[in-house]
Design a protein around this ligand. Sequence first.
Ligand code: FE2
Length: 303
Amino acid sequence: MRLIVGPARRARCQALSILKAMFFTLTPTQIASYQQDGFLVLPGFKPAPELAAVRARAEQIVAAFEPGEQVSIFSTHEERRSADAYFLGSGDQIRCFFEEEAFDAAGQLRQAKALSINKIGHALHDRDPVFDAFSHGPALASVAAGLGLAQPQLWQSMYIFKQPGIGGEVGWHQDATFFETTPHSVTTFWFALEDATMGNGCLWVAPGAHRGPLRQRFVRQGDVVRMDTLDATPWPSGAQAQPLEVAAGTLVVFHGLLPHYSAPNRSSQSRHAYTLHVTDGQATYAAHNWLQRDGRLPLRGFV
Ligand code: FE2
């Protein structure tokens, strides 16, 4: 029976994949919009069952996480990362990071562990089968090709919780600060796993500002990191910022030079999201980038 059903099911899956890739082939209008604004919103990119699968898997990873002595807090204040071997060693691992406001003055968690984790990073897409399936496939390859990524390379994945009440702010930044290539190529794939609203800390972007300079460079030298200022161009002001309120299942793709931020989440609703940072293998990846890979876990594309 399995011999009969197996090939049929495989054929059906292949047909669905081809249809999906065709459906998500970017139109000339979408490509022009991306080039103009530096971002593109693709509603309905991921179906509910796929969202449920990665949410359930993240829940399992957090449940299995025993912090012990290795309590690491994810902070946008970069200098705090300098001595954090747990962070610096996470580029090819699956590790959990706490919210900055997760602990009280006595060092105890303010709320349950499952509601205290800021993110899981940074190799879910290569180390975990559920996230691997979510992070690859012809539809994503098709979007990447439409955006001009000739040879996509998936460097980093993050599951971001933006927890209710304590979800931390992520200040204005450009993702090329952390993934520099020559020429610039890093592109962010941001999946809404839940509805993202202004209430629970959605993304804010500055349309068109990706045509400005790279302002900062995050440099790693051995076990020390620092943030260099490259350009004094101010971050966008309030009037230039646009909120991206999107429904669960939406994919937002944005240019590595696009300034973006997200506000703290003081609401009772979490705002789970999953991100991939992808460069073009035809560009030169900087040796000073904090995340490097060796032959033990080779870089892969979308297919
Ligand atoms: Fe970012």
